[in-house]
Design a protein around this ligand. Structure first.
Ligand code: PRT
Ligand code: ZN
Length: 286
């Protein structure tokens, strides 16, 4: 029987779509019918298990799945001992202390003797302990933001992305104590055949992730400005330079980090670059 790698992904929620998108971008096709628990990929030895995110660390730990995509927060909270093989950098959020208006927050010490509601007792307790703060951790599984209003907590520690939920519930974000994003976790005891499949998958994921953060840029430039332009583009070993018919000009192409793209674009314009063409990169290796 052919060896396959099994991956646990969130059935439906904030991680599902991006997890599946990433795998599809790796050229792995599958039928993700939301009603099924399992699916088999075509063209790659991968089996999917669609489950609740909270269960993913446990399933990987128990060998029900070999790998999984889960929020770092859920993994850390689970207390399981798995290997984090990649930080996938999506579904980023932070775990923050939030307090009602009028609560004078001057750092974690301000929580001494208070009741703090959270769905992440293990992570919170670890941080409080590290700072020598003794507080009562009130564990709730959802709607953490209403616990102050209903009188069961003095402050909360909850996940935040935009901050809207806190504001809507009359709370102020006081301090970020922990950062999270989706990670790929893997069992520490995997047979060699499965490890080999995982390596192939990771190589594809790396190519996709690298490409997502880059743009490919192509432009014409007065040859005399080439060195300055290369310095502006930076990062890469060297841009590809092609002479043009017009002797004073060259055509230049290179990958550029997306977050620096506009700065690079403007600098190149100043150097006299013309006919700038920008393209998305689908896959890329270092
Ligand atoms: O059903 P299942 O158990 O699988 O899903 P779930 O409801 O437990 O999880 P889900 O889909 O809500 O979140 C999955 C993962 O997404 C989390 O474990 C985090 O790693 C990550 N993530 C990223 C977030 C957020 N951003 C986020 N904003 N998880 C939750 N939130 C919640 C937060 O708890 C709060 O209620 O969104 C609210 C705050 O959002 P803002 O934008 O108002 O600040
Ligand atoms: Zn969950």
């Amino acid at each position: 029987m052919e060896t396959t790698l099994s991956i646990a992904v969130q059935k439906s929620g904030r991680l599902s779509e991006k997890s599946l998108d990433l795998i599809r971008s790796c050229g792995i096709d599958f039928n993700a019918d939301s009603r099924v628990l399992k699916a088999r990929a075509s063209g790659f030895p991968l089996d999917f298990l669609f489950v609740r995110d909270d269960d993913i660390p446990q399933y990987v730990s128990d060998g029900v799945a070999d790998i999984g995509i889960v929020g770092r927060n859920e993994y850390d909270e689970s207390g399981m001992d798995l290997e984090i093989v990649r930080d996938l950098r999506f579904a980023s959020c932070r775990l923050s202390i939030a307090v009602p208006h009028g609560f004078r927050y001057e750092g974690l010490e301000s929580l001494q003797g208070k009741r703090i509601a959270t769905s992440y007792p293990r992570i919170l307790s670890g941080i409080l302990e590290k700072h020598g703060v003794e507080a009562t951790v009130v564990v709730v599984s959802g709607s953490v933001e209403i616990t102050v209003e209903v009188g069961i907590a003095d402050a909360i520690a909850d996940l935040v992305s935009t901050g809207t939920t806190l504001k809507m519930n009359g709370l102020e974000e006081a301090e970020c104590i922990y950062r999270s994003s989706a990670v790929m976790v893997a069992s520490r005891s995997m047979p060699a055949e499965k490890k080999a499949i995982l390596s192939r998958l990771l190589e594809r994921i790396d190519a996709v992730m690298l490409a997502r953060h880059k743009k490919y840029i192509l432009f014409n430039l007065p040859a005399s400005k080439l060195e300055e332009a290369a310095a502006v583009i930076g990062g890469m070993k060297s841009p590809t330079v092609t002479p043009l018919m017009d002797e004073g000009w060259v055509s230049v192409q290179s990958a550029v980090d997306e977050d620096r793209f506009w700065a690079v674009f403007e600098e190149l314009r100043k150097l006299g670059a013309e006919g700038i063409l920008v393209m998305n990169i689908e896959k890329m290796t270092e």
